[in-house]
Design a protein around this ligand. Sequence first.
Ligand code: TMP
Length: 254
Amino acid sequence: MARRRQLYEGKAKILFEGPEPGTLVQYFKDDATAGNGTKKGIITGKGVLNNRISEYLMLRLAEVGIPNHFVRRLNMREQLIREVEIIPLEIVVRNVAAGSICTRLGIPEGTRLPRSIIEYYYKNDALGDPIVAEEHITAFGWANTMDMDDIVAMTLRTNDFLTGLFLGVGITLVDFKLEFGRLWEGEDMRVVLADEISPDNCRLWDAKTNEKMDKDRFRRDLGRVEEAYQEVAKRLGILPEAGMRDMKGPELMQ
Ligand code: TMP
């Protein structure tokens, strides 16, 4: 792997300059954090699996007309993506109550919501990613009403498509978080799906037993974390080429 200039290091990924202008390389780490960085650990093989799972889901979403930043997977831990201007919002969709909605509103975990609920959070680590309303988003210029119309439409379609896809492999899509970015092509701009979709930012429960198959196993010290990520990939039919033998994948070279 050629040396590449590192542009940004996040909690679970590193972004490097891409081979051509307008592209980036997204590297998936095994590092796991929870509680806005207060809990730290390593989930061995997570980076390899999330790279593969996110590739698969982004490709499937592109097939049904949901534009996203994914170009192609480069190797076990890296994928080529289009460079976008990230909109500083976390878009959370909830189908079943779990996590923060339970503590915030006193709803028992596992309650099926009467309809899917979209929530917005302002991406700002120093503030702990506070929940915000569309009024805040447009008033402070993080996105305009046209961007929000596109974001909501793509989010609802993503939820419909992924709910069906996961149900087909015996998994309930409880909730998930999306991020969007502005993709510039000359003078033209369109909003596209960005970041990743993986068990790091989805709640996935076994459809029969409600067993958790996502990062909540790490957040809540439930054990069998690696196995849960592997099981998701296995059910989607996309375990890495080397199978479970080499979940470490190539080392990061900077
Ligand atoms: P929450 O219940 O903690 O608000 O999380 C809702 C969903 O969003 C859950 O699938 C985890 C995901 N999420 C992230 O991916 N990143 C975050 O920073 C947060 C707070 C949630």
